[in-house]
Ligand binder design. Structure first.
Ligand code: ARG
Length: 406
């Protein structure tokens, strides 16, 4: 008897990955270990195990990973105020390296020679999975049947029908959704028309501004060294905190995003998201940083933040590049400790107050009122020296009619 090689498949429990279990087993000749990593998709472990076994998996791993995801992935992204193209908090992108890390761990545990995922050749996720695995375990093969076989959704449905894999009702939903505690992405269907306003049924976590309460809600977020630790005075663990602020923000319609997005493979796609927790926490974190850190280092960080967002999007999580940017952020955030008051109201979230033992704001220096302690005359010398190079240039090149005159 010949033994078959093992592959660990990232298993969501949906139609596509259930079909993949069978494809990997029948067409690729692998013994399939289905691995489900729970980052907040609210799936039932028993359902996952039964379904994977029924599809033909030889073993199933169900990994609860919400806190790990929050602490090791969402919070570093928060420190970087990470928003791809200025608006998308990278919810789907952040979960891929975490999932990959668990696929690699399961591969070691089961002695597998390969890992597999259900990404197509059109998206970003394939790049993120493949690069993460390469960065962690270059010896493992990565198999992506959907990409290799150019399989469409209809192909998957046909394959399921042929092979007696039941098609869950979710397969017929009007949108393709990916969700975790950092956010929810909604694609497909009517959303593929960039000029069509998203219908209300696309959203599950956020109220429309119309249905949001008519009174604003204030929420106080407490940070220690750049990381959120409490809401309205209540200490919460990472995942619990994200979910709690997400629920409040969603109630007020905060965090809906509509982005004409540039994918890595060159496709422009219309992407919709609802990320109430991420948008609220980034608003608070960015505000507190502005209060407690040097203007000079903030200006550098703003550029690095954009690079950090891009590296998450592009799948470079497990790299010395990310480690280096993270080291900068950890030092930068060492005094980002304090509280920010957010006001949420009909789709908007705004920081309206902040306190910190390390706030660099000095009332006597900034006031225009009584008690002004700023030395106004010192500004003269500063301006004289700052302008010196302009003066030198202007004296050399100006005509009597003024600079630039012919
Ligand atoms: N465009 C987003 C991203 O690249 C969302 C991807 C969602 N993934 C999916 N398989 N539907 O991060």
């Amino acid at each position: 008897m010949t033994t078959r090689d093992k592959v660990v498949l990232a298993y969501s429990g949906g139609l596509d990955t259930s079909v993949l279990v069978r494809v990997l087993s029948n067409d690729y000749g692998y013994d399939v270990v289905a691995c489900h990593i729970d980052v907040g998709e609210a799936r039932d472990p028993e359902y996952i195990v039964t379904r994977a076994k029924k599809a033909g998996a030889v073993a199933v791993e169900f990994v609860p990973a919400q806190d790990e995801f929050a602490k090791d992935f969402c919070f570093p992204a928060l420190q970087a105020n990470a928003l791809y193209q200025g608006v998308y908090p990278l919810s789907a992108a952040l979960s891929r390296p975490l999932i990959s890390r668990h696929l690699v761990a399961a591969a070691r545990k089961h002695g597998a020679s390969a890992v597999a995922h259900g990404s197509t050749g059109k998206g970003n996720d394939q790049v993120r999975f493949d690069l993460a695995v390469q960065g962690l375990a270059p010896d493992l093969k990565v198999v992506a049947p959907q990409r290799e076989k150019n399989m469409t959704r209809d192909d998957a449905i046909a394959y399921a029908a042929q092979h007696d894999i039941d098609i869950p009702v979710t397969a017929k939903k009007p949108f393709s959704v990916d969700e975790n505690i950092w956010g929810r992405s909604i694609e497909g269907g009517v959303l593929e028309d960039p000029n069509q306003e998203p219908p209300e049924d696309a959203f599950a976590w956020t109220k429309s501004w119309k249905d949001a309460p008519n009174e604003p809600r204030h929420v106080v977020v407490k940070f220690e060294k750049g990381l959120p630790v409490a809401l309205d005075g209540r200490a919460l663990g990472p995942a619990a905190l994200i979910k709690a602020i997400g629920a409040i923000a969603g109630e007020h319609g905060v965090g809906r995003i509509d982005l004409m997005e540039d994918r890595m493979v060159g496709i422009k796609s219309r992407e919709n998201y609802e990320c109430p927790a991420a948008i609220s926490l980034i608003t608070a974190h960015r505000d507190l940083e502005r209060f407690t850190t040097l203007g000079a280092s903030q200006r550098v960080k703003q550029m690095l933040d954009q690079k950090y967002a891009e590296l998450i999007y592009e799948g470079f999580w497990f790299s010395p590049y990310r480690d280096a940017l993270q080291a900068f952020n950890d030092v930068h955030d060492q005094y980002t400790t304090g509280e920010v008051t957010l006001r949420m109201f009909k789709g908007s979230v705004v920081a309206v107050g902040r306190t910190s033992a390390y706030g660099l704001y000095n009332h006597a220096l900034s006031t225009y009122g009584a008690g002004d302690a700023f030395d106004h005359r010192a500004a003269e010398g500063f301006i004289k020296l700052t302008g010196l190079q302009l003066q030198l240039h202007a004296r050399m090149h100006s005509t009597p009619a003024g600079p630039g005159a012919k």
